[in-house]
Design a protein around this ligand. Structure first.
Ligand SMILES: Nc1nc2c(nc(Br)n2[C@@H]2O[C@H](CO)[C@@H](O)[C@H]2O)c(=O)[nH]1
Length: 241
């Protein structure tokens, strides 16, 4: 057991999917994994291990925000020898180039979090995705679009903004990031990428656009579940290549 994960050694697979919501972790385990077993309920942050197409996969909730995700990712890397983590989450679109239900595969993550400022003492570190996972996720998304034909969610590969605030004191600052190519806002990816680099592991964040900062549009819970399924299948394909 680690401080915040009640799993025994060997309970967690080398490859972990990481949604923010623990109930989403349960939904992924029940929907996509065979022989899924819950290995932790500590503080309600559920984790499961099962198999997908015969390969072991774990699903671990991260909670909302970088401090919460950092607790679980640190312990996955240091106490359970996890090799790769793909965040499967939701985000808010910052530009009208994106529509709700689109997918964002985050090549890198800007942030307003103090975590890296403290770690790097004034230097601006660049949290980026593992290239292999990024490449394989983009390829899996393109293959699905080719076989499915038109009508599915658009897929965007680009920068995301990991904010520490959902109710931002200065929302106009996120809008300024759009001028520099940032596509969407969420609250976890930058910490995931920084920790994976620190531990020499692999990480990627894929997010579905569930709300639109510019238009105010939001997806229904049914729509979220549909696009979330597409994203999970892309993540499983990329993570288990
Ligand atoms: N800061 C922020 N986070 C968002 C937004 N939309 C979504 Br979904 N999120 C994510 O959803 C949770 C907040 O509802 C956090 O875990 C974020 O990653 C948004 O417009 N802003």
């Amino acid at each position: 057991m680690s401080t915040h994960i009640g799993a025994a050694a060997g309970d967690i697979a080398p490859f972990v999917l990481m949604p923010g919501d623990p109930l989403r972790a349960q939904w992924i385990a029940e929907t996509f994994l065979d022989d899924a077993r819950c290995y932790t309920q500590v503080r309600g942050m559920l984790g499961f291990t099962g198999t997908w197409q015969g390969q072991r996969v774990s699903v671990q909730g991260s909670g909302m925000g970088q401090p919460s995700l950092a607790i679980y990712v640190n312990e996955l890397f240091t106490d359970y020898a996890v090799e790769s983590v793909i965040r499967v989450g939701s985000c808010g679109a910052l530009t009208e180039r994106l529509a709700v239900r689109d997918l964002v595969i985050a090549s890198g993550a800007c942030t307003d979090s103090s975590m890296n400022r403290i770690a790097f003492e004034g230097l601006d570190y660049a949290p980026v995705a593992d290239f292999g996972l990024l490449r394989d996720a983009a390829a899996a998304a393109a293959a699905r679009a080719a076989t499915r034909g038109p009508g599915g969610p658009a897929v965007h590969v680009g920068l995301i903004f990991s904010s520490d605030s959902f109710y931002a004191a200065r929302p106009e600052l996120a809008a300024r990031m759009v001028d520099y190519g940032v596509l969407a806002v969420e609250m976890e990816a930058a910490a995931l990428y920084t920790l994976a680099a620190r531990h020499g592991r692999r990480a990627l964040a894929i997010c579905t656009v569930s709300d639109h900062i510019v238009t105010g549009e939001e997806t229904t819970s049914h729509e979220r579940e549909q696009t979330f399924g597409e994203m999970v299948e892309i993540a499983l394909t990329a993570g288990l290549v």
